[in-house]
Design a protein around this ligand. Structure first.
Ligand code: PLP
Length: 469
């Protein structure tokens, strides 16, 4: 190799020796690299594979306005936990918790309502779950009863965080099956799974798999009777990862939050419909009495006594500033406008897709700006393709529209999902619908089944399903 070409200030980035070497994969390089070259190597590897706006698989924010982006970029070096250096960040986080708690009709009357910030809904759900487990333990210990068999009840429409929570904290996960008829958590079935060891029933507002909402009001009513009858005091945690920022704005009269007696904690993702770039979740408790004391940890080595509730310690502050900016910038009206547009575009796509001869919608209604559809009954028996083929075709035009099999108990059903987020216009929806229709028409002309279709039929035949070709 020519020594002179190696990482000198005058080396052309793509004329440098480093650009001929494989990237480090296992050991740290011995020598330094020019920043321009290191930057290009990392940047080129991280090149986007799809246009984020065309990624309809993710729930997470891909658009914030220029001021929000500037604010967050300027805060990139701020560590939230350094509250002596940046005391106002903690104040703003606390204001965000108040604002969210009030959006969810918290009964708590305090200038500092009870909640915590997390990296996402996963951390927020875990904190809600841990609090429920500890409260249950304390009650059982007081009553002199065993505490070795806690369980949690939730539908099979759960997000993987609840499996993680139950595995990590050694809590039995009791899953209420979703079926073709029972598309959200069935209250009666849930109560049948409850007993004295149930730490909480988790209801989901915005089920990841379907976009539907569990009926929290019905669950609350049934649990009220149940708790009166048994004396168990089983609470509800609402996993409102998506719904937490949708329901207050598009469906303010739906009771799913602290207006209901047994809802004692709610979690959400600030980085989904809270409209902030990734890295933000929130959990709020009904009041202080629902947050066990041992979940607050204090340290004194940062220049003051810092008390925190969370699984993480250091975390970026930028998202908190982004959330507070959004609350000021958008206000209730702005959130309403953004989410109503997304809902309208989702409903428009739902109607158009449901009218195509190949598909049927999983549910009649759209209650969050996302929905799933499947192959039309009858057509699914004769088609030579699957929704996975459609996913691949759409990918060729840049769209990321995921096809997947539904959760346990209805896993034989393959669906496709669209999440409409800020950044999707009616014009884009029309482009998408045209691409879906064109791709489906092409696939419909196939005379031989695709590989994915052959594989699907093999699996289904083993389960006794009959096909018409
Ligand atoms: C219902 C539900 N709960 C929890 C999560 C986890 O959220 P996060 O990615 O913010 O950790 C998700 C993510 O999609 C979700 O849909």
């Amino acid at each position: 190799m020519n020594e002179k070409r190696c990482s000198t200030a005058t080396a052309a980035v793509y004329g440098s020796e480093e650009m001929l070497r494989p990237a480090p994969t296992t050991t740290i390089p011995e020598e330094m690299t020019m920043p321009e070259i290191a930057y290009r190597m990392v940047k080129d590897e991280a090149m986007v594979e799809t246009n984020p706006q065309l990624n309809l698989a993710t729930f997470v924010t891909t658009y914030m306005d220029d001021h929000a982006t500037r604010l967050m970029n300027e805060a990139i070096a701020i560590n939230y936990i350094d509250q002596t250096e940046y005391p106002r960040v903690a104040v703003m986080a606390s204001r965000c918790i108040n604002i969210i708690a009030n959006l969810w009709h918290s009964p708590e009357k305090s200038e500092s309502m009870t909640g915590a910030v997390g990296i996402g809904s996963s951390e927020a759900c875990m904190l809600g779950g841990v609090a429920a487990w500890l409260r249950w333990r304390h009650r059982r210990e007081k009553e002199g009863k065993p505490t070795d068999k806690p369980n949690l009840v939730i539908s099979t429409g759960l997000q993987v965080v609840w499996e993680k929570f139950c595995k990590l904290w050694q809590i039995e996960l009791r899953q209420v099956p979703l079926t073709r008829e029972k598309r959200t958590l069935c209250t009666d079935d849930a109560l049948k799974m409850c007993d004295e060891n149930t730490i909480a029933v988790v209801a989901i507002a915005g089920v990841t798999w379907t976009g539907l909402n569990d009926d929290v009001e019905a669950l609350d009513k049934a649990l009220d009777d149940y708790n009166k009858r048994t004396g168990y005091n089983i609470p509800i945690h609402v996993d409102a990862a998506s719904g937490g920022f949708i329901l207050p704005f598009v469906s303010p009269d739906t009771k799913w939050d602290f207006r209901l007696k047994w809802v004692v904690s709610i979690s959400t993702s600030g980085h989904k419909f809270g409209l902030v770039y990734p890295g933000l979740g929130w959990v709020v408790w009904r009041d202080k009495s629902y947050l066990p004391e041992e979940m607050s940890f204090s340290v004194n080595y940062l220049g003051a006594e810092v008390t925190q509730v969370g699984l993480n310690f250091s975390r970026p502050a930028a998202q908190i500033l982004g959330q507070y900016y959004n609350f000021i910038r958008l206000g209730r009206k702005g959130y309403e406008n953004v989410h109503r547009n997304s809902m309208e575009i989702a409903r428009y796509c739902h109607e158009r897709i449901g009218a195509m001869p190949y598909f049927e919608n999983y549910a009649k209604e759209v209650v969050n700006p996302l929905f799933v559809w499947t192959m039309r009954a009858g057509y699914d028996k004769s088609a030579k393709w699957t929704l996975y083929d459609l996913q691949a075709r759409l990918q060729q035009s840049g769209w990321m529209v995921p096809a997947y099999s539904m959760p346990k108990s209805i896993e034989d059903m393959v669906v496709m999902r669209i999440v409409v987020r800020q950044g999707m216009s009616r014009d884009m929806a029309d482009m998408l619908l045209r691409d879906i229709e064109d791709a489906a028409k092409e696939l419909d002309k196939l005379t031989y089944p695709t590989n994915s279709r052959l594989q699907y039929e093999r699996q289904e035949r083993q389960m006794g399903k009959v096909f018409t070709h």
